[in-house]
Write a protein that binds this ligand. Structure first.
Ligand code: ATR
Length: 282
């Protein structure tokens, strides 16, 4: 283990609960392999304590934090400055504490999604056709913002609660619209499950995947189980699939770079580590 001294660079993740977060597993494995004098710690404030905790970290007390459920929207609100992608997503998963006391908010979830697509479907082009996002919560907002910024020509939002889908579409831009489930997948280039359906092994979204072209790529943000019901159905139809674990790993890379001013070291099989941590074999 690399030596951790009083001069250690400190980063972490704020969420509640944070116990099952994979981020400490990923970042600490990279820290160790790079031989950095650094630590990445989990922090779980109460709902009322989030802002006091973040304000107390101002002025470079620590390098930065990732932020997860339920604090991503509040993280954006507490920041003094934010990236375009964080503003568009309406949420931040990364806060950086500058020496002058200000906080910069960013959102790397979209990079994670695009990175996972690039790794698991080489040559995938988000500009090639419509993207369909199932869901209209925070995860769906991040996904819609990412494909919007990546130049998808049309983005269709399908959600159980139509009002939420309409609000999301309005917030992101003119190419985004709320649509009914029926017919939504026709001509789709990309389909993303951004609902919580399938989490823990239950059935995924009730979407008629057979209506999608054979060239469609299906991504599930749910990563536990790794092979969700939705991805299994997609694969049976011959569609290409991308899993949520790759997305999680890919969002961690730019966070690590922002905390420690260097890329994660090559040669660490973080996917195997993460799979072990969620109780799956590699
Ligand atoms: P997150 O921030 O992780 O996206 P969220 O805001 O609670 O979490 O959103 C969960 C998403 O899953 C929503 O799109 C939700 O649909 P509603 O907006 O209609 O609530 C969707 N979802 C959850 N359970 C569902 C179910 N049983 N059937 C259909 N959609 C469901």
């Amino acid at each position: 283990m690399s030596e951790i001294t009083g001069a250690a660079m400190v980063a972490g993740i704020i969420g509640r609960p944070v116990t099952h977060s994979l981020s400490p597993v990923l970042h600490n494995a990279w820290i160790e392999a790079a031989g950095l004098n650094a630590v990445y710690a989990p922090l779980a404030p109460t709902a009322a304590g989030f802002r006091a905790l973040v304000d107390g970290l101002r002025g470079g007390v620590i390098r930065g934090v990732n932020v997860t459920i339920p604090f991503k929207e509040e993280a954006l609100a507490v920041a003094d400055e934010a990236s375009d992608r964080a503003r568009l997503a309406g949420a931040a998963n990364l806060l950086l504490f500058r020496d002058d006391g200000t906080i910069f908010a960013d959102n790397t979830d979209g990079l994670g999604m695009l990175g996972a697509l690039a790794v698991q479907v080489p040559g995938f082009d988000p500009r090639a056709g419509p993207a369909v996002i199932l869901g209209a919560g925070g995860a769906a907002r991040g996904a819609a913002a990412a494909v919007f910024l990546a130049g998808a020509p049309e983005i269709r939002i399908v959600n159980r609660t139509a009002d939420r889908a309409e609000a999301l579409a309005r917030d992101i831009g003119a190419t985004v619209s709320a649509v009914a489930a029926e017919g939504a997948l026709i001509g789709a280039n990309l389909i993303v499950n951004a609902t919580s359906l399938g989490l823990g092994g239950g059935p995924g979204p009730d979407a008629d995947l057979a209506a999608a072209p054979k060239t469609t790529v299906v991504l599930d943000m749910v990563y536990k189980p790794l092979r969700t019901d939705f991805l299994i159905r997609a694969a049976h139809l011959g569609l290409r699939t991308v899993d949520g674990l790759e997305m999680l790993i890919r969002q961690a890379i730019p966070s690590f770079e922002a905390f420690f001013d260097q890329a994660p070291p090559a040669g660490v099989d973080v996917r195997a580590l993460a799979l072990r941590a969620v109780g799956e074999s590699a």
